[in-house]
Design a protein around this ligand. Structure first.
Ligand code: KIV
Length: 271
C-alpha cells in the first residue's frame, strides 16, 4: 500500500518515508486556484509554485523579473485550491541572494502571507547559511541544483549542466552541504542521469528530477508544458500528456462560430 493513500495533507516527513520505501514522488507546478484544484484532486504529492510563473503566466523570457509580491499572490491562490498536496513556493530572484537575513524575511513573508508549507531556493554552498537560518525559523526548505534558471545569464544557455567533472564534483559537494544545512528535499534540473543516480544514492533526502533521468526519487514538470499549453516548447525531457493549446484553440474557434452565426445562446441557454 502506498505511504500516502490515507493521509490528509502531505508533509515533508511523508516524503522522506516515500524515499525510504522506494515510492516515487510526483510533483507539478501550479500558479492559480483553478489549476491547483485540478492538480490537487488528481492526487499530486507536491505542488510547486515555481518562479517559472514569470515565463508561463506573465510571458517574460526568464524567471528573473517576477517579484516577491507576485509570488505571494500566485502562492495564496494555489493554497486556496488545495487540500492535500504539500505546497512549495520559489523564493524569486533578488529576494534571498543578498544575505541570510533577507532570505529569512522573504521566506517568512511567503509563509505568512500565502499560507504555503515550504520554500525553494536555488544554489549550493553559497546559500547554505540562508538555508540554515530559514530552517532554524521552522520553515521547510527545498533546494535546487544543476540548471538553476535564476543564473541563466551566467550559464548563457539552458543546456544540460554538470557534464564536466569539475561541475559534477561541485554538485556532489553542494548537495551534501544543503542536506546538512537542513533541506528536506532537492530539485535536480537538467543533469546527466548517471550523476543524478549517484547523488540520489549518496544523500538521505529525496531528489526530485526534471531532465535528470529515471533514478531520482521523484519527478517534476511545469504543468503548462506537460499539458501542451506552451506551444513549441519540446525539450527531450518533457512528456506531453495533452495538447491543450490546440484543444482550447479549437474550442475558441467553435465559440466564435456559434456566436457569429447566432447559434449561441439557444432557447435553453437563456432566461
Ligand atoms: O520554477 C519552476 O517551475 C521550477 C521547476 C522547473 C523545478 O523551479
Amino acid at each position: 500500500m502506498s505511504v500516502n493513500r490515507e493521509i490528509k495533507r502531505i508533509t515533508t516527513h511523508i516524503l522522506q518515508e516515500m524515499k525510504n520505501k522506494g515510492e516515487k514522488i510526483a510533483m507539478l507546478t501550479a500558479y492559480d486556484f483553478s489549476m491547483a484544484r485540478v492538480v490537487d484532486e488528481g492526487g499530486i504529492d507536491i505542488i510547486l509554485v515555481g518562479d517559472s510563473a514569470s515565463m508561463v503566466m506573465a510571458g517574460h523570457e526568464t524567471t528573473l523579473p517576477i517579484t516577491l509580491d507576485q509570488m505571494i499572490y500566485h502562492a495564496a491562490s494555489v493554497i486556496r485550491g488545495t487540500t492535500r498536496a504539500l505546497v512549495v513556493v520559489d523564493l524569486p530572484f533578488g529576494s534571498y541572494q543578498g544575505n541570510s537575513k533577507e532570505a529569512l524575511n522573504s521566506a517568512i513573508r511567503i509563509m505568512k502571507e500565502s499560507g504555503a508549507h515550504a520554500v525553494k531556493l536555488e544554489g549550493g554552498i553559497e546559500i547554505a547559511e540562508s538555508i540554515e537560518r530559514i530552517v532554524a525559523a521552522g520553515i521547510p526548505v527545498m533546494g535546487h541544483l544543476g540548471l538553476t534558471p535564476q543564473s541563466i545569464y551566467k550559464f548563457g544557455t539552458y543546456t544540460v549542466r554538470a557534464k564536466e567533472k569539475a561541475e559534477a564534483e561541485k554538485l556532489k559537494t553542494d548537495i551534501k552541504r544543503i542536506q546538512d544545512a537542513g533541506c528536506f528535499s532537492v530539485v535536480l534540473e537538467k543533469i546527466p542521469a548517471e550523476l543524478a543516480k549517484e547523488v540520489t544514492e549518496s544523500v538521505d533526502i529525496p531528489t526530485i528530477g526534471i531532465g535528470a533521468g529515471m533514478h531520482c526519487d521523484g519527478q517534476v514538470l511545469v504543468v503548462n508544458d506537460m499539458l501542451g499549453l506552451t506551444k513549441g516548447f519540446t525539450p527531450r525531457f518533457l512528456r506531453q500528456y495533452l495538447n491543450l493549446f490546440d484543444e482550447i484553440n479549437g474550442a475558441v474557434k467553435s465559440y466564435i462560430k456559434d456566436v457569429k452565426s447566432g447559434d449561441f445562446p439557444n432557447d435553453k441557454e437563456q432566461y
